[in-house]
Ligand binder design. Structure first.
Ligand SMILES: Nc1ncnc2c1ncn2[C@@H]1O[C@H](COP(=O)(O)OP(=O)(O)O)[C@@H](O)[C@H]1O
Ligand SMILES: N[C@@H](CCC(=O)OP(=O)(O)O)C(=O)O
Length: 373
C-alpha cells in the first residue's frame, strides 16, 4: 500500500493531465504493436476522461510498430530506416487508437510535432491553440514526434521530454510517464538488489542514482530521460508520476503506484519555460563581463557592444546560449539577427551602427538567465 501524498492527490485530481506511454509498453520486437496492451491502456485513459479529466496522450511506438510490417528484426540505428518504420508504424498506431478509443465513443486527434513547433514562439502558441481547441471539442489529442520528417539536428528523439513540453504548453496539472518498469529504482532493476524510490521531494533522493538505458531495446532514453523529464516538469510546477503501463488503472486512479515527483511551489511562465527548456540552442554569443552583469543581474537587453564572439548556425528567431568569459552558459535567449549579420556589428556601440542594426541582439523579454529558473 503506497502512502497518499499531496503530489499523488494532485495527479489523481488533475483536471488536465498529460499521459505519456513508451514503446516498450506497446510494442514487442518481433510482433510490432500489441493491441491487447494498447486496449488495456485505453480502458484506463477512457475511465479518466469519463471522470471529467481533459487528457492528452503522448504515445511512442511508431518505430516499434513499423518494424514487423517492414520485416525489420530490431530497432534500426540508421535515421532513414527509423523514419521509414515510423511512417508505417504511426499509421498503425493512430488506427489502433481510433479503434480503441472508439469503443468508448471517444474521438482522437493526431498531433505530430517537430521541435520547431515548440522552439519558435509563434509555432508554440499555434500548438497551444490546437490542443485547447481539441480539448474543448471533447477529443483526446494523441501526440508523437513527427519522426518521418525530423532530421537528426531538430529531433526531440525522446518523448519523455516532448511530454514535459506538452504538459507545460497545455497548462497540465499532472504528468504521468508510463513505461515497462513499475517505478524508479536507485539502480537499474535488472541488476537486482536495487531499492524502489517512492517519492522524490527535494531531489536529494536522486543523489548517487544509477540510471541505465532501455531494457527492451525499443525505447530510446531509458530511465535517464524519464528522470530528466520528470525533474524538469516538477521544477516547472507540474506533479509527475513514473509508473508501469500495466498499472495504468492505479496510476490514473488514485496514483498509488510508481514514483512521484513533488512539484516546485511556483509555476514557471510559459515564456520562461519555453526559453529555458525547449530544444537546444542553435548557437552561442560570447559576452564580456559588463554584458553579463547587464543581462543576468539587471535583466537588460543584450546590445552588440557587449558581445565578443559568435558561433553556431542560427537565424533571427532562433534560441542561442549566452556565455560568460569563463565559458559558462549564463542565459538563453531569442536572437534578433542571423549569424552572418553579427560579426560586423559586435563590439560596436549602438549609435555607430546603421539604423537597421540598432535593435537589441537579444531583447530582455526574450531572455532567461539560467540557474534562477
Ligand atoms: N534506475 C532505474 N530505475 C528503473 N528503471 C531503469 C533504471 N535504469 C534503467 N532502467 C530501465 O529503463 C527502462 C525503461 O526505459 P525505456 O525502455 O526507454 O522505456 P519507454 O519505452 O517506456 O520510454 C526499464 O525497462 C528499465 O530496465
Ligand atoms: N517517436 C518515437 C519514440 C521516441 C521515444 O522517446 O520512445 P520511448 O523511449 O519509447 O518513449 C516512436 O514513436 O517510435
Amino acid at each position: 500500500m503506497v502512502p497518499v501524498s499531496e503530489t499523488r492527490e494532485a495527479i489523481a485530481g488533475a483536471k488536465r493531465l498529460v499521459v505519456k506511454v513508451g514503446s516498450s509498453a506497446l510494442t514487442t520486437a518481433g510482433d510490432g504493436l500489441d493491441t491487447a496492451r494498447l486496449d488495456a491502456l485505453v480502458d484506463a485513459l477512457a475511465a479518466r476522461v469519463a471522470a471529467g479529466t481533459q487528457l492528452v496522450l503522448v504515445s511512442s511506438g511508431a518505430i516499434g510498430a513499423g518494424l514487423a510490417p517492414l520485416s525489420l528484426g530490431k530497432r534500426p540505428k540508421e535515421l532513414a530506416t527509423q523514419q521509414a518504420a515510423a511512417s508505417v508504424g504511426q499509421l498503425a498506431l493512430a488506427h489502433a487508437y481510433v479503434e480503441s478509443f472508439g469503443r468508448y465513443s471517444l474521438t482522437v486527434g493526431q498531433v505530430l510535432l517537430t521541435s520547431d513547433d515548440v522552439v519558435r514562439r509563434a509555432h508554440y502558441r499555434n500548438a497551444e491553440r490546437t490542443f485547447s481547441t481539441l480539448l474543448e471539442l471533447g477529443a483526446v489529442p494523441v501526440v508523437n514526434e513527427n519522426d518521418t520528417v525530423a532530421t537528426e539536428e531538430i529531433r526531440f528523439g525522446d518523448n519523455d521530454r516532448l511530454a514535459t513540453l506538452v504538459a507545460h504548453l497545455i497548462g497540465a496539472e499532472g504528468l504521468v510517464l508510463l513505461s515497462d518498469v513499475d517505478a524508479l529504482y536507485d539502480g537499474d532493476p535488472r541488476s537486482g538488489g536495487t531499492r524502489r524510490i517512492h517519492e522524490v521531494t527535494h531531489g536529494s533522493e536522486l543523489d548517487g542514482l544509477s540510471v541505465g538505458m532501455s531494457s527492451s531495446g525499443l525505447g530510446t532514453g531509458g530511465m535517464m530521460s524519464k528522470v530528466a523529464a520528470a525533474t524538469t516538469a516538477a521544477a516547472a510546477g507540474i506533479p509527475v508520476l513514473i509508473a508501469a503501463a500495466a498499472q495504468a488503472p492505479t496510476a490514473l486512479g488514485d496514483a498509488g503506484t510508481g514514483t512521484a515527483f513533488k512539484p516546485a511551489g511556483t509555476r514557471l511562465s510559459a515564456r520562461r519555460f519555453w526559453l529555458g527548456y525547449a530544444a537546444g540552442a542553435r548557437g552561442r554569443l560570447q559576452l564580456d563581463d559588463g554584458a553579463v552583469t547587464a543581462v543576468v543581474r539587471r535583466r537588460r537587453s543584450l546590445l552588440p557592444a557587449g558581445i565578443t564572439g559568435v558561433d553556431g548556425d542560427f537565424q533571427a528567431g532562433d534560441v542561442v546560449d549566452l556565455v560568460d568569459p569563463g565559458q559558462h552558459v549564463v542565459a538563453r535567449g531569442v536572437v534578433a539577427y542571423d549569424v552572418t549579420e553579427l560579426p560586423g556589428m559586435i563590439g560596436r556601440s549602438t549609435p555607430d551602427l546603421p539604423p537597421e542594426q540598432r535593435r537589441e541582439v537579444v531583447h530582455a523579454d526574450d531572455l532567461v538567465p539560467l540557474g534562477k529558473r
